[in-house]
Every structure is written in structure tokens, then in C-alpha cells.
Design a protein around this ligand. Structure first.
Ligand code: UGA
Length: 442
């Protein structure tokens, strides 16, 4: 294998596209493969098919370098690549909390027949522990190169909205390997990051698989912990923001992922904790992670409690009440609406008879496609016109920076529920708004 291995990236969704683009910018020859011809056409044409700050510029740079190309033909991957990264999705199954592994299985079984020479297949997708062992046998039994094909696991920790930064300057790299050869290949595939002194943990396959779900479970637990404290604050008159700030000064606790509010959503945290509980049950260690059920339940409750707060502010009933819903994406700087708390709240409000107008700076197309029955506005002003309650549900900077006097001119009543603790209560109250947030006194 050459000093600088040639890389293929199988699956050019959010994770794969970012990985392929960044690796090409780092100097590798990269071939991105996807079955979705529209996605491949867009990427080949220099267009990123989702919203991610900084990635379009990186794509142009990568394409201009001549080191990156895309194809729908997986047969090309076998001849081209020394290292094949599996970057397909593992969503929650339609009928159970388990991870749906069909895309991982499909990509491995369609790649294997084309592996005619020694190479390393590297899993990056988030999978239930034990998947890598199963995939190793699948690969080695159907690849013409047999046991000269090895599998490694290199979990990905990138955050939407920070994908480029997290890929170019990761906190750590985890290399799950079964041989010194696999380790040396991974070292050559990540040489620029190793030269930049990114910490590396070398481990076995099951540990590498587990690191990812453990990390996401810990982050989810931290968020639900502070939201559980918010519930206690709600009945005691205490202030969860001041509580969180006080906790954050203790370096053993730290302030990150301690932002109370509407809770976590997205394509990762919610489904990862559910899949982890399910896998632990299958393995007979379910009791060890049963607290994650509570983490999930606390998180789900935030959505209903936000609706309760909006109803209370509207005077006890939502029937016929006009609500301006600011935000649809599961978090700012993303157009991703998977398991988005904001849209769940909007739908719960509509179910109680409210007239909800949703505005989001980036996620409107995705929201319209997924929930055509909601009303959408093209601007904050349009969403706010005549509203009896404004609900801030995703903390985009555009919403954080809203001028309470300016917004006050559009609404019918100056009521605001800050679902993300994104605004300064004093400023809004001084402008005659009834400001409310979960976990803070009215
Ligand atoms: C998450 C992890 O942070 C990444 O490390 C991981 O790689 C990724 O999942 C994945 O598994 O692929 P992401 O889903 O992009 O990344 O988003 P986060 O920034 O983790 O936010 C998740 C949710 O938690 C959002 O809905 C956010 O609004 C919420 N959140 C976050 C809070 O409610 N409070 C906080 O303090 C922090």
C-alpha cells in the first residue's frame, strides 16, 4: 500500500460528504460513492445538498484540487481505494428502538465482491456493539481477497453546524483495530491530523463501537440532568439558569451541554440512546443503562411542558390562539429537522387548536416537505404579525438578536416563551413583554 492511501467514502450524506471533502482538502485522493444519483450530481457540481457552514467553500477547494470525485458505481471503489470508509446512516428502525442496519449491511455486501486486493474497510457509522465482528465475517467470506481485507472502526464525533471544524481539528481520534497492519494503515490515512498532535486512542473493535454511543449517552444525560433540575426549579421558584451557571464553575462538572430548555433532538442523540438501551437488553446488561430510559423520558417531557407554558401564557386554552413559532431545525446552524423539538411543539400546539406560523432561517424546505399541514411564514415579521404568543424554539442568532421593541410592533400581545433560554429576561420585561421560560420564575 502506498504511503498516502487512496480513500473511498461510501455514503455521501452528512457525515460522508464532510469526510470525503475534508480528506481531499488534507491531500488525499478521494472517491465518494452514493446510490443517490441526485446527491452525487450535486456534489460533483460543487453543491452541498444540505446546510453546513463552511462546507461549500471546502467542496469547491477539494474539487479544484482535482483530488475529489464522486460516483454512483460501487464497483469503482474496489479498484480505486486502499481504505474504504463506511459512512452510511443507521437511523432508528420504523417499528422498534433498535438501529436499522440495512444500509450498513447493503454497502458492505455490495462492496465486498469488488475487493480483490489487500485493503482496510473502516466503519464510521454509529452501530450497536458487536456489529464490527459480524461485518468482518461478511467481508472476509465474500471478498475475493479474503482475509487480506480487514475491518477497523473509527467513530465520528462531528457536530452538525461545526462539521468542518470537528473533522479538521477533532478532539480525539479513536482507532479500533484487530492488527498492527490495520493500525499502520489508519495512521497513514490520518497522517496530517496525527502530525497536528490530535490525541489518538488505539483500541479494539467493540470498545471503538461503544465509545460513540457512550459519548452521546453522556451528552444526553447531561442535558436531561439540567432539564430535570429545571422541573424542580419550576415547582420551587428557583432559577435553573443561575443553578446551571453555578454548577459550571466546578471544573469537574463544566458548563458545556448544560443548557436547559426544550431538550435534545436530531438524528443522533435520541436514536442512539434508544438503540443503546435495546442493544444492552439484548446482551443481558440492560440494567446497567436503564437510567437512559429516564434521560429519554425527561427529554420528551420538555416538549409537552413547553406547550403547557405557552397555554398558560395564552390564558389557559390554545383554541384559536395565534402562535409565532421561531425555529424548526433541531438546533441552530442546521437545516436538519429529524426529531426536532421545535416542530414537535408546533404540532402539539396545532393539536390543541392553536394557529401556528413557523419560521426558520434554513429549515423551511425540509419542514414544509415533512409537515405540509403546518403554516409557514417567510420572515420573523410575517410569523409574528398578530401573534398572541411568540415561542422561541431554536436558538438561531437571528432570534437571539431580536429587538423586543421591533418585534412588539408586529404582535397582538407581548407574550414570549423562550424555549431555549436564549434571551435576556430583563431586556424583554423592560420592553413590556411577559417573558417566560421553563425553569425560571415568571
Ligand atoms: C451530536 C454529538 O454532539 C456529536 O458529538 C456526534 O458526533 C453527533 O451527535 C452524532 O452522533 O453524529 P449533533 O446531533 O450535531 O451532535 O448535535 P448537538 O450539538 O450534540 O446537539 C444535540 C441536541 O441537544 C440539540 O437539539 C441541541 O439543541 C440540544 N442541546 C445541546 C441542549 O438542549 N442543551 C445543551 O446544552 C446542548
Amino acid at each position: 500500500m502506498s504511503a498516502k492511501p487512496r480513500l473511498t467514502v461510501l455514503g455521501t450524506g452528512y457525515l460522508g460528504a464532510t469526510h470525503a471533502i475534508c480528506m481531499a482538502v488534507l491531500g488525499y485522493e478521494v472517491l465518494g460513492i452514493d446510490t443517490d444519483a441526485a446527491k452525487i450530481a450535486a456534489l460533483s457540481d460543487g453543491r452541498v445538498p444540505f446546510y453546513e457552514p463552511g462546507l461549500p467553500e471546502m467542496l469547491r477547494k477539494a474539487l479544484d484540487s482535482g483530488r475529489l470525485r464522486f460516483s454512483t458505481d460501487i464497483a469503482e471503489a474496489g479498484g480505486f481505494g486502499d481504505v474504504h470508509f463506511i459512512c452510511v446512516g443507521t437511523p432508528q428502525a420504523a417499528d422498534s428502538p433498535a438501529a436499522d442496519l440495512r444500509y450498513v449491511d447493503q454497502v458492505v455486501s455490495s462492496l465486498a465482491p469488488h475487493l480483490t486486493r489487500p485493503c482496510l474497510v473502516v466503519g464510521k457509522s454509529t452501530v450497536p456493539v458487536g456489529t464490527a465482528a459480524r461485518l468482518t465475517s461478511m467481508l472476509q467470506s465474500s471478498a475475493p481477497a479474503g482475509t487480506a481485507v480487514e475491518l477497523a472502526w473509527n467513530p465520528e464525533f462531528l457536530r452538525e453546524g461545526f462539521a468542518v471544524e470537528d473533522t479538521m481539528r477533532p478532539d480525539r481520534l479513536v482507532f479500533g483495530v484487530s492488527s498492527p497492519w490495520a493500525l499502520s494503515v489508519l495512521e497513514s490515512a490520518f497522517a496530517p491530523l496525527l502530525e497536528a498532535s490530535v490525541p489518538v486512542v488505539v483500541t479494539d473493535l467493540p470498545t471503538a463501537e461503544l465509545v460513540k454511543v457512550a459519548a452521546n449517552s453522556f451528552l444526553a444525560t447531561k442535558i436531561s440532568f439540567i432539564n430535570a433540575m429545571a422541573e424542580v426549579c419550576e415547582t420551587t421558584g428557583a432559577d435553573v439558569q443561575q443553578l446551571a451557571a453555578s454548577l459550571s464553575y466546578d471544573p469537574r462538572i463544566g458548563g458545556r451541554f448544560l443548557r436547559p430548555g426544550l431538550g435534545f433532538g436530531g438524528g443522533c442523540l435520541p436514536k442512539d440512546i434508544r438503540a443503546f438501551i435495546h442493544r444492552a437488553d439484548e446482551l443481558g446488561v440492560g440494567q446497567a443503562v436503564s437510567f437512559l430510559r429516564e434521560v429519554d423520558a425527561i427529554n420528551q417531557r420538555r416538549r409537552q411542558r413547553t406547550v403547557d407554558l405557552i397555554r398558560a401564557q395564552a390564558g389557559g386554552s390554545l383554541a384559536g390562539v395565534t402562535v409565532c413559532a421561531l425555529g424548526a431545525a433541531f438546533k441552530p446552524d442546521s437545516d436538519d429537522i429529524r426529531d426536532a423539538p421545535a416542530l414537535d411543539v408546533a404540532r402539539l400546539l396545532v393539536a390543541e387548536g392553536a394557529i401556528v406560523r413557523v419560521y426558520d432561517p434554513q429549515a423551511m424546505d425540509n419542514a414544509r416537505r415533512a409537515y405540509p399541514d403546518l403554516h409557514y411564514a417567510d420572515s420573523v415579521a410575517e410569523a409574528a404579525t398578530g401573534a398572541q404568543v411568540v415561542a422561541l424554539l431554536t436558538e438561531w442568532d437571528q432570534f437571539r438578536e431580536l429587538d423586543p421593541e421591533w418585534l412588539g410592533d408586529y404582535v397582538a400581545v407581548r407574550n414570549i416563551v423562550d424555549g431555549r433560554h436564549a434571551l435576556d429576561p430583563t431586556t424583554w420585561r423592560q420592553a413590556s413583554w411577559d417573558y417566560r421560560a421553563l425553569g425560571r420564575a415568571a
